[in-house]
Design a protein around this ligand. Structure first.
Ligand code: ADP
Ligand code: ARG
Length: 344
């Protein structure tokens, strides 16, 4: 099928729109990866959703090399990561420098750190087949069912959850929401809800989403601001899961993810934090956030609004920085935000 150059609205601010020149489009438009993933599929989300921040999704690891003339500048713009850079991992919780102060407990409502993972030698969710997706669900849920101690829990397929249970899990910030239009246009919601589900321990402090945007989203969370405890639990969980599953990892790009924003560590470390005064002064709020490489989200996750002066603050950089640095970025930024909030 032949496609013509997309028509972006004049106020479009996505990185897709910024870097998809006519020349790049002409160079890539007829290429496809060995899984049959095309440029058209890679850009469809940003074309259908011109309010995207990024607008592209990879269908497999090969997408990042085959479509490099588009993906490389997007990766550089988002992470500040050059083509010649190499990603290095450091997931050692002992190297994190945090103090669990009274102020952290006063301002921070809850802490959550997640990493995305995809199984090596399989297409990513945008290009995966229905059977491969079911195989992922089976393999991952089996591995999770073998975990012990604090990490032991149960897998709940989305199809087996009642509407009430599902909605409550979403409301309580444990489960992904349904019908995300960005994922829909990227082909990530095909055959929904089959093959999707959530594993969690009794306390819901350790959770794994299966087959959402990435094949796994491994999550550690708890109420309050003890960031080190949350990081330590996540490190333990990821190490245990890695004993039985091999994840897609490249020396250059780190962990391979569907969205280029998640490459590298695939880590988003966040707090829900009460900052009502800064919330009334978004310019100041955003300037501190940007200085500390932070992203501000609403309380129901990405593309949501803040409620009651509570914001979701997380590290923006994930590639070219270690896991420890991702969490350190978030912690240092949160300390600066609390100091400013108190001075207002
Ligand atoms: P992701 O973390 O995978 O990028 P979202 O931003 O959509 O995805 O967040 C997923 C869910 O996790 C949402 O319900 C969101 O409110 C919840 N969440 C994120 N950070 C925290 C936190 N620090 N405390 C409690 N819930 C959180
Ligand atoms: N594709 C969406 C956009 O460009 C989300 C990008 C980052 N978030 C994510 N969940 N991958 O705005």
């Amino acid at each position: 099928m032949s496609h013509t150059f997309p028509n972006f609205p004049t106020d479009c601010k996505s990185l897709l729109c910024k870097y998809l020149s006519i020349e790049v489009f002409e160079e890539l438009k007829d290429k496809q990866t060995s899984n049959g993933y095309t440029l058209h599929q890679a850009i469809n989300s940003g074309v259908k959703n011109p309010d995207s921040g990024i607008g592209v999704y990879a269908g497999d690891e090969e997408s990042y090399t085959l479509f490099a003339p588009l993906f490389d500048p997007i990766i550089k713009d988002y992470h500040g990561f050059e083509k010649s850079d190499i990603h290095k991992s450091n997931f050692n919780p002992d190297e994190l420098k945090t103090v669990d102060s009274e102020q952290m407990q006063e301002y921070v409502v809850s802490t959550r750190i997640r990493v995305g993972r995809n199984i090596s030698d399989l297409p990513l969710g945008s290009a995966i087949t229905q059977q491969q997706r079911l195989d992922v669900e089976h393999k991952v849920s089996q591995a999770l069912n073998n975990l012990n101690g604090e990490l032991s829990g149960r897998y709940y397929p989305l199809q087996g959850l009642s509407d009430n249970d599902r909605d409550q899990l979403i409301k309580d910030h444990f489960l992904f929401k349904q019908g995300d239009r960005f994922l829909e246009a990227a082909g990530l919601n095909r055959n929904w809800p089959e093959g999707r589900g959530i594993f969690h321990n009794d306390d819901k402090t350790f959770l794994v989403w299966i087959n959402e945007e990435d094949q796994l989203r491994i999550i550690s969370m708890q109420m309050g601001g003890d960031i080190k405890a949350v990081f330590t639990r996540l490190h333990k969980a990821v190490s245990e899961i890695e004993k039985s599953i091999s994840f897609a990892y490249s020396k250059h790009l780190g962990y391979i993810s569907s969205c280029p924003t998640n490459l590298g560590t695939a880590m988003r470390a966040s707090v829900h934090i009460k900052l009502p005064k800064l919330g009334d002064n978004m310019e100041l709020f955003e300037s501190i956030a940007s200085k500390h490489h932070l992203q501000i989200r609403g309380t129901s996750g990405e593309h949501s609004q803040s409620k009651g002066g509570i914001y979701d603050i997380s590290n923006a950089r994930r590639l070219g920085v270690s896991e420890v640095q991702c969490v350190q970025d978030m912690y240092d930024g949160v300390v600066a935000l609390i100091a400013k909030e108190r001075s207002l």
